[in-house]
Structures are given as C-alpha cells and as structure tokens.
Unconditional design. Structure first.
Lengths: 378, 338
C-alpha cells in the first residue's frame, strides 16, 4: 500500500513535470506560447496552489493574500537593489519575509473564524495597502512603485565583478543565465514543480488530513483533543510563503513592485482562480489559473477591429449588432466578463471545473452502464 | 479648541456615510443572514443616480449665443432653461437634492431585483459562497458603471445657495475662522434623519414589529402565518434605498467614480464588525466613532508623532476590538459565533 502510494506520487510528479515543461510545445497551437504569458501561468499557479492549501483544505476564506504577494515583490526588488541581481537570494528573502508577515497576520486573524476571519484579513489587506501606498514611502516608493536603478549598491555583484557604474539597467539572472525569455520561464517552471510537489505532500500527509478535518467540523476535531490553532497558523504561513514566492518571482520577471499588487481586490482574483478550478482539489487551482490567464490574455487584446473581422462572415447589420453586444465584454471590459464568470461559477458550479469534469464523467459512466444493462437484457 | 471642533465635525460627516452604509449591511445581515459584499456598489449606484439625473436635466440644444455679436457663436442651452427660464435653471441647480426623488424608486427596484434575482438563491449556502457571489456582483456593477460613465470622477456641484461655508464658530461664540461647508452640515442632518426614520420604522410600525420578531425567531413568526420572506425582501429593498440615499447626498462631497463603492465597502464592513454583527445601534455608533477617530488621527499634532496613522487607525482599532471584544461594541449573543 505504502509503496504503491509512493509510486503513484512519483507518477503524478513525472506527468506534471512533463506537462509543465512542455508547455511551450503544446500551448503553441493555442497561440499562448510566449515566455511572458507562460511565466504568468507558472507564477499565478504557485500563488493559487498556496492559496488552496489554506482555503481549499481548511475552508478559511482569506482576502489578505495579496499582502504577501506584495511583500515578496518588494523584498525581491530590495534584494536586487542592495545585494545582487541574482534571483536566488531574492526569492529566498521574499519567501521568508512573507512567511514572517504571514505568521503575524495569521496569529491575529486566526483567533476568529468564518466571516470574522475574512473581514480581519480584509482589514489587514487594506492596512498594508495603505502602508505601502503612502505611509512607508521610503521603503516602497509609494505611488510610483519601487524599481531598480543603475547606481544601486548591489554589494555582492560588485564584490565579484567590476560592474562599470553608469552602465545600462542590469537584468535579473541566475548565476549568469539571464532571466528573460524562455530561460526565465524554465526557472519559474522548475519552482512551480517544486511547489506542486510540496502541495502534493501536504495533501497526502497526516497534516493535510487534519486541515481537512478542520474544514469539515472544527468543533468535533477539538473534542477529540486536537488544538486546531497551530495547524491553522502553519497552513496560513505556508500559503503566505507560497504567495511571497510568487510575488518575488513576479519581481524576477519584471523588477518592479507597486502598491496596487497589494490591494484586496488582487486577493479576490486568486480566490476566483481557486474556485473556478475547484477548491480543495490538487489540480483545480492550476486549471483555474490557466483558464483565467489565458482568457485574460485573449480578451484584453481584442478590440472592435478584431471583432469586426471575427464576425465578418455575418451580414453587415448582424455584424454591427454583434460587435455592439460583445464589445463591452472585451478589451477594457475584461473585468466585467470576469465578474460575470465569478457569479456563474459560484451559482452553478461551486466545485469548479474539476467538479464539472467529474459530473460529466459520471454521466458518461451512467450511460455506459445503462447501455450494458440493456444489452444484457437483450 | 477650534481645531478639535472642526475635526469633530469632519469626522461626523464621514462617520455619517459609514453609519448609513453599515446600517443597511446590518439590516440585511440581521434579517436575511446574508453577507452582502455588493452593498458598497449600492452606495455607488446611489451617487450615480444623482449623476444621471443631472445629465437628464441638462440635456441641451445648440443655440445662437446672442451675447457675442461679432460673429455667430453657438452655445449649449439646456431644454429646461428654454422651456421654463429661470425656474428651469434653478431646477438644474438643485439637481442633487432633487435626484433623491429619482433615487428612491430606482434603488428600491434595484434592491428588490437583486434579492429576488440572485441573493435569494444563497440563503442556504455558506457565508463564503455568499461573500463570493456578491463580490462578483459588485465587480459587475462597477464595470457596468465604468462602461457608461467612464473611469474619471464626475464632479457634482451642490446647489449654489449652500456651496459656501457656515460660520459654525460664530454661532457657538468661538473664533470667526471656524467655518464649515453648508453641504456637509446638510449631509449630517440628512443622515441623522434617515437613521431616525429607519429606527422609527422598525420600532413604531406593525411592519417593523414583524421584522424585528422575524430577526429574533424567524421560524416562530412563520408559524404564525406571516410571510416572513416577503417582509425580509422589502427590508432588503429598504437597505438598498438607505445606501443609495447615502450615495446621492455624498456626491457633492466626493465626486463619484466607479470604484467608490469598493473603497467604502471595506470600511463599512469594519464598522459593522466593530459595532457588533447584527446590532443596528452598534453599527450607527461605530460608524460615527470610527469616522471621528479617523479625522482626529489626521490632525497635524497627531501625525507629527505618528506619521500616517490616519491611514491605518480604523483597521488597527478594528483588529484590537475584534480580538478583545469578539462580539463588537454592542453585538448580541449568539449572532454569527462559531
């Protein structure tokens, strides 16, 4: 049994790695094969996987995870400015600091549950956003956002090589490999695979089981003698660290951190991704990320001219009306589509795409069974 | 002394807006048990009722401008002015207060449609799902407004007669320099009026009595042969009207833009939990309290020592209160406790 499980884990991981690493190949026909978008998939994948550990397993709905995303970004940019353009220290510092902040926020907010927890995290999100936007301007550079500049100290870089002052803006790298283009994607992809592995381990571990128990009935769990708080805080910190990791990877792809990344509506986006894919399932959040980021990419690029040509096969009057009907939902109006999708998913498919697949599967299976029964009768 | 008084007044009118939104939120929560994240959007819709009303009033036609004689110049002249002369101009001037009469039926309709169309399907679902669906609805409303009115704030002037400041200091025998915009005083008294009438409605009418009974024990009231659900639907409409009116009257203070709802939403949720979930007096008290607190925190004396404290004070207070007094200031026992 134990060995079998291990083998199946290995199988899952191998499949997952192949799927992720071959993304440039199989996304090519879908028109999504460029490094920026691929990196976005991977980064938000990490974010959603982490969020799912908290929301999916324990059922605690947090609106504060954008905080950790922002903290990760800011820390990474500071690491680029002060230490080195190498991405490794940046993501380590980003993840660790996000974890520390998550421990603080989690320690306080997890004293309450249900809607109070959501509102507490909401309050924290707004508080941190205000801090980053105006109060801590020396640290975050306020409205403009924190960027690197050519005359930053970058102590480690200068120690090992003679960086000519006044050169162009340096770019992020990992031991000499530039983090732009496909190498950047493969770097994030490897981290995504690691993150997925951790999440798989957590899902299958006794710890994950306890988190699920908290979701289904916290009181009963307490009656059996468990103190649920340490488990919750650990889950919160882990998911916060995932968010910090995602945030610092964002800074690796583009060394810029702004306060808008911390707004609570940004947390809303990750909630939507998780729900769309399937809360509490292992792969669900990744489906959600892929669907939303892919649609976002398509929808926000569409404008009226594109729509005109898309509906070109129709007669002119129908073409015009279709363009008028559809145009509010694309381009600038992408958020409208997102909001509608949100409502529709929560109403009709609370279990997300994963649940939809399962329902379809059951339906087919039922049809099969019925056919078999019929054949048997004959 | 002057500074303190002026901050108190500033805080009161900000608090009035918080209190009105929080009142509606609490009403909906206490009756229907639904956590409505789209309530801020209702506030915003109210403000845009005023914008729409003003736009309708100022529908114009191009006419020759007689004041310029060198060449034929054109100017935009509202139909109202052409038809009614000075009376028409006065109506346009009073667009904001007059739009209340449009806002009441519109907001009532929106509220009822929202409850019947969407929220009623979510009574039996978890709070997380209620939050998510209403959050989605809030995004949709916000984007629709942006589609029609653009992303920029739209300035809405208050009527001319009250656009100046009231000499509050002189009335109270204090310094002459202590002045306060008339419109804000009006907003303050308007919201006090609304709050009083909501309480009077709930305390003094039979309808209100049934609603209170339903909040207390819904099943029992149902056994008595009363259609509780219908009453609660009307309460949702009422809450929507209250939020809408708060928005209409706030338009001259803060030029409405499409995301003002979200900005106020978080604050009003904080107000609700600080006041105590399900307690109407708590929501009102906490609204005013937090408004005043925020305004005091922005005084220069305070920000000298604690720079930026005005940005975070409300959230800090909320966190502290939720941790030390889990039920909020006036929360009832057994409401939303787990």
């Amino acid at each position: 049994m134990q060995i079998e499980k291990k083998r199946s884990n290995l199988f899952i991981m191998a499949m997952f790695s192949i799927v992720v690493l071959s993304m440039p190949i199989w996304l090519d026909p879908l028109g999504a094969n460029y490094p920026d978008l691929l990196q976005k998939f991977a980064i938000f994948g990490i974010f959603a996987i982490g969020y799912n550990i908290l929301f999916g397993l324990t059922g605690y709905l947090s609106f504060g995870h954008a905080i950790f995303l922002g903290v990760g970004s800011y820390t990474a940019v500071w690491s680029f400015k002060l230490l080195s353009m190498n991405a490794i220290p940046a993501i380590i510092f980003g993840t660790v600091l996000a974890g520390i902040i998550a421990a603080l926020v989690g320690y306080v907010s997890l004293r309450r549950s249900g809607i109070y927890f959501s509102i507490l995290t909401l309050a924290f999100a707004q508080m941190f956003y205000n801090l980053a936007y105006s109060v801590l301007t020396p640290l975050t550079n306020g409205e403009t956002g924190l960027t690197i500049s050519s005359d930053d100290p970058r102590v480690l870089d200068r120690l090992f090589s003679d960086v000519a002052a006044g050169g162009g803006l340096p770019s992020t790298e990992v031991f000499g490999i530039s983090m732009s283009g496909y190498s950047g994607f493969y770097f994030t992809a490897v981290i995504l695979i690691l993150a997925f592995f951790i999440s798989l381990k957590i899902f299958n571990s006794p710890f994950g089981l306890k988190l699920k128990a908290i979701k289904s009935n916290q009181h009963r769990m307490k009656y059996t003698g468990y103190n649920t708080r340490p488990y919750l805080i650990t889950a919160f910190v882990i998911s916060g660290m995932f968010a910090g990791l995602a945030g610092s990877l964002m800074a690796v792809t583009d060394p810029l951190a702004g306060a808008e990344r911390m707004q609570w509506t940004a947390s809303g986006e990750v909630v939507l991704m998780t729900i769309l894919g399937g809360v509490g399932t292992l792969y669900g959040p990744l489906f959600g990320v892929a669907i939303i980021k892919y649609l976002e990419n398509i929808f926000s690029a569409v404008n009226e001219a594109v729509l005109q040509s898309f509906f070109a096969f129709m007669p002119q009057w129908l073409n015009d009306t279709m363009v008028v009907i559809v145009s509010p939902f694309v381009g600038e109006g992408w958020h409208l589509t997102l909001g509608l999708m949100f409502i529709v998913i929560v109403i009709f498919l609370p279990g997300g795409v994963t649940e939809g697949f399962q329902k379809l599967k059951e339906k087919f299976k039922k049809n099969d069974d019925q056919q078999k029964l019929k054949q048997g009768d004959e | 002394m002057d500074a303190i008084l002026i901050q108190l007044l500033n805080g009161l009118d900000k608090g009035a807006a918080y209190a009105l939104i929080a009142l509606g939120l609490t009403l909906v929560f206490g009756t229907l048990g639904v956590v409505n994240f789209a309530h801020g959007a209702l506030f915003m819709l109210g403000a845009f009722c005023a914008v729409t009303f003003q736009k309708i009033l100022t529908i114009s036609v191009k006419v020759v401008d007689p004041s310029i004689t060198f060449f034929t110049a054109y100017k935009e002249q509202p139909y109202l002015e052409i038809w009614f002369g000075d009376v028409g101009l006065a109506i346009i001037d009073y667009a904001v207060p007059l739009s209340i009469f449009m806002a009441i039926p519109v907001m009532l309709f929106i509220g009822l449609a929202m409850e019947r169309g969407l929220i009623r399907h979510f009574y039996k679902r978890t709070h997380a799902e209620q939050i998510l669906v209403t959050f989605g609805l809030a995004i949709v409303i916000q984007e629709v407004i942006r589609h029609f009115f653009g992303a920029n704030p739209i300035p809405m002037p208050a009527p001319d007669i009250v656009s100046s400041s009231a000499a509050v200091g002189a009335w109270l025998g204090l310094s002459e320099n202590l002045v306060y915009p008339w419109w804000r005083l009006i907003y303050l008294s308007f919201s006090l009026l609304i709050i009083t009438s909501v309480f009077a409605f709930l305390q003094l009418t039979t309808f209100g009595m049934v609603v209170r009974a339903g909040m207390f024990d819904r099943q029992m009231v149902g056994f008595l042969g009363i259609n509780v659900q219908r009453k609660f639907t009307i309460v949702f409409g009422l809450a929507s009207v209250v939020a809408g009116l708060a928005g209409v009257m706030y338009a001259p203070i803060l030029p409405p833009d499409y995301h003002m709802g979200m900005d106020f939403l978080v604050l009003s949720f904080v107000v609700v939990v600080v006041g105590g979930m399900g307690s109407l007096p708590g929501a009102v008290a906490a609204g005013f309290l937090l408004g005043i607190l925020q305004s005091f925190a922005s005084m220069t004396v305070v920000s000298q020592y604690l720079p930026g404290i005005d940005q975070v004070i409300i959230y800090l207070v909320a966190v502290i209160i939720l941790l030390t007094r889990p039920r909020g200031l006036m929360g009832r026992k057994g409401v939303m406790e787990d």
